[in-house]
Design a protein. Sequence first.
Length: 172
Amino acid sequence: MRGRIPQTAEVGRGSIVQSQGDDNRTPNRDAQTVIPLAVEELAISKRVVETGRVRIARVTHEREQQINELLSSESIDISRRPIGQHIDAMPAVREEGDTIVIPIVEEVLVLERRLILKEEVRVRRVRTTKSHQESVVLRHQEAVVTRLSAEPAIASESPQATEAPLQSNQEE
């Protein structure tokens, strides 16, 4: 506020002093003395001040880790066994333990027709278990925070001299 506000103050016993402005210093008709009073004004301003900077970088680390795991696999063992035996009916496929027996039949022309069991094909499952080791690469990331100075670097100093990395939790 820059306008003038008349102020009234009491001076001595029974006399009143009133401020009416710089140009109006004449006593008014009731014999009052006019004294101008000072007015104080306040001006407030704000400004942005840079106090520092922060740089955040994401760093990826890799580490090798050995894995040990049992791997199972199945393979087939096939064997043929000649039989050469006369039979009356077609034999069925059967299982003997972990072996499947598949009969193979052949018709032979003789004065009469007969079935001859020519051979058997035996299919047996063989299970094996072996230990497998392999090296795998595992990655993890972390944030590295570096606080930078707000002041410009001095010509003799390198930019890295003003950087101070903050402590971070690193697992390697």
